[in-house]
Design a protein around this ligand. Structure first.
Ligand code: 6GU
Length: 234
């Protein structure tokens, strides 16, 4: 997997690559990461990458030329090109899983302003991370890269992502570690029992209960068994 980010602020991504799990994965060469500053591609004599909007109005609009020339310089027939925009499809775990299997992802990040609408004709996908507005696509891109990279084999233990929230359509079951009692709050007895079938059943039920309580909307997309439906209704 190779990730190329087109951004006016490549330094935004340094902390992601310098820290923790993603840093170790990078050191193990489990992925390649590069940033391209599309300002370097502008033909505008003062180095500008944006201009005033036709029709008037506040703010500036990112021009086609610098972004699309930068894109041309990195794109191959096997690249998947993603534009970060609050107007895009909302990013979800399923999309993270699909994108983690791609050979080359190219992300286009705008800052402060909108893109010339014609830029959208050159991308495969427009993605948003939710219904709020950021100053630029970089923050969203970092979130998306983190979610994708942890799904690449070898980045984290396979089992760790198997039970992720959302991976089976439910939120993750509750987890506990030592001590068995903290300020009078005891770990559920079944988890100390060593009985694997009972533990699996308990966890599945707890995932259902937590999802029904915190995110009932997620249950609409699931085909629950009669048994599961009883747990949710209880
Ligand atoms: Cl992808 N970009 C910006 N600028 N704001 C956002 C977003 C993306 N997703 C949610 N808000």
């Amino acid at each position: 997997m190779k990730i190329t980010v087109l951004s006016l602020f490549p330094e935004y991504f340094e902390p992601l690559l310098r820290t923790s799990i993603i840093k170790r994965a990078k050191e193990k060469d489990l992925f390649e990461f590069e940033t391209v500053n599309f300002r370097e591609f502008t033909k505008e004599k003062h180095g500008h990458v944006d201009d005033t909007p036709y029709g008037g109005g506040a703010g500036m609009v990112l021009s086609c030329q610098p972004i699309l020339d930068a894109l041309k310089s990195v794109r191959t027939p096997r690249s998947k090109v993603i534009l970060l925009t609050p107007q895009g499809d909302v990013f979800q775990q399923k999309m993270a899983l699909d994108l983690s299997k791609e050979e080359h992802l190219i992300f286009l990040c705008g800052h402060y302003e909108g893109f010339d609408e014609r830029i959208r004709d050159y991308v495969d996908l427009q993605v948003s991370i939710g219904d709020f507005v950021l100053t630029g696509g970089e923050g969203a891109c970092m979130v998306i890269c983190d979610a994708i990279l942890r799904l690449i084999p070898g980045v984290i233990k396979q089992e760790s992502s198997h039970d992720d929230s959302f991976s089976n359509g439910l939120l993750e079951y509750p987890q506990y570690t030592k001590p068995p009692v903290y300020e009078g709050k005891a770990v559920p007895e079944v988890l100390l029992s060593g009985h694997h079938a009972n533990i699996a059943k308990y966890r599945h039920e707890q995932a259902l209960i937590k999802t029904a309580k915190n995110r009932p909307d997620l249950l609409n997309d699931l085909d629950l068994s009669e048994q599961d439906q009883k747990v949710v209704d209880s």
